[in-house]
Ligand binder design. Structure first.
Ligand SMILES: CC(C)(COP(=O)(O)OP(=O)(O)OC[C@H]1O[C@@H](n2cnc3c(N)ncnc32)[C@H](O)[C@@H]1OP(=O)(O)O)[C@@H](O)C(=O)NCCC(=O)NCCS
Length: 329
């Protein structure tokens, strides 16, 4: 039995922060950000808005679109590195907010690969035959860990959430294959040094800004291109496919130059590559499900289309998932 995506939804906060506004906070420019990253603006949460609020919006949309009762949901999996709290989990907060009385759930930490890792996890639960409806949501409030005095990170990220409902496939399509990787030796190339159990938050960690995200941009860039391209080429090869056979490629949206280089190496033409980084920036676990939800809304996928997802993120974590699309409208 295979798992298939029956429903998609996304939510981004109303408030927009443009490059021009960021250039008033740090020494940067609209031109530099656009040319080096492809980003023009990002959405940011309102005061008192957190990751579970965005996820709850997504979860409500998913239920409505699929005409399901909250009681039908078996599991809620949330990929996030910016949960509302260390505990309870974001999944538990969503479960309560939507009244999913029969669901259990958990958060999964894989940074920008959070949605891909969650999708693989959810698919295995469906394939076990035990569960019928699983919500997989990828969401991050990156502004909660951004240092708006560090121009090398604060220009890159935004806030947003997207998700899907996974169900057993009726016709043998759905999630066909996946390849996932973790290489912890890249840990400190993209990380939040303090605030966890190694260096709990103190006045010093706050003064040093070490509870904010830090990165070695050049190293991450190189690993991202190699990681996403290698894994995408491998999954195509394993399934006797070429880039030409793919209808839509949705790569993680970290930098337009990373996306372009990855697609080129994989032989996937530009018209098949979803790019929306211009409007949202890097929403970490949110980028792929937001892109997928937008593509479905625009009617870009029909029955039998090959959809390829690829991610790269902190950890390092990376992976690719191949889907034979089944329309459930
Ligand atoms: C961060 C990133 C955009 C920098 O682009 P780049 O072309 O590699 O730029 P460089 O690091 O070579 O920096 C070039 C110059 O721009 C400067 N610079 C960095 N950020 C800047 C900004 N926001 N505005 C203006 N100048 C900036 C640097 O200080 C450097 O100046 P110098 O030459 O005087 O030292 C790029 O490395 C990147 O996207 N890396 C991956 C990051 C990422 O995606 N992280 C999340 C992964 S999931």
């Amino acid at each position: 039995m295979k798992a298939t995506i029956t429903t998609t939804a996304h939510y981004v906060p109303e408030k927009v922060l443009t490059n021009i506004e960021i250039a008033k906070l740090v020494d940067t420019s609209d031109e530099w950000i656009r040319s080096r990253t492809g980003i023009a603006q990002r959405h940011i949460v309102a005061e008192n808005e957190a990751t579970s609020d965005m996820c709850t919006e997504v979860a409500k949309q998913l239920l409505e679109k699929r005409d399901l009762s909250p009681n039908d949901i078996d599991i809620i999996i949330v990929g996030t590195v910016t949960p509302d709290h260390f505990t309870p989990s974001t999944a538990a907060i969503i479960q309560d907010n939507i009244g999913a009385a029969n669901a259990w759930g958990f958060d999964l930490s894989a940074a920008c690969s959070g949605f891909i890792f969650g999708l693989e996890t959810g698919a295995k639960f469906i394939e076990s035959g035990t569960y019928q409806h699983i919500m997989v949501i990828g969401a991050d409030t990156m502004t909660s860990i951004l240092d708006f005095t560090d121009r090398e990170t604060c220009v890159l990220f935004g806030d947003g959430a997207g998700g899907v409902i996974l169900e057993p496939s009726q016709s043998g399509g759905g999630i066909l294959d996946s390849i996932l990787h973790t290489d912890g030796s890249g840990g400190t190339s993209l990380w939040v040094p303090a605030g966890g159990s190694r260096h709990p938050a103190t006045i010093d960690t706050i003064n040093e800004h070490s509870h904010y995200i830090k990165q070695d941009g050049k190293r991450v860039f190189k690993f991202a291109v190699k990681g996403m391209a290698d894994v995408t080429q491998q999954i195509l090869k394993n399934n006797n496919l070429t880039g030409e056979k793919i209808k839509l490629f949705i790569p993680h949206q970290a930098n337009k130059r990373i996306i372009d280089a990855t697609a080129k190496r994989c032989g996937i033409s530009n018209d098949k590559v979803l790019i929306n980084i211009e409007w949202y920036g890097n929403t970490t676990a949110g980028t792929i499900p937001i892109g997928l939800s937008e593509a479905v809304e625009k009617g870009e996928l029909i029955d039998g289309d090959f959809l390829l997802l690829a991610s790269f993120g902190a950890g390092f974590t990376w992976g690719s998932i191949l889907i034979k699309w089944e329309s459930h409208l």
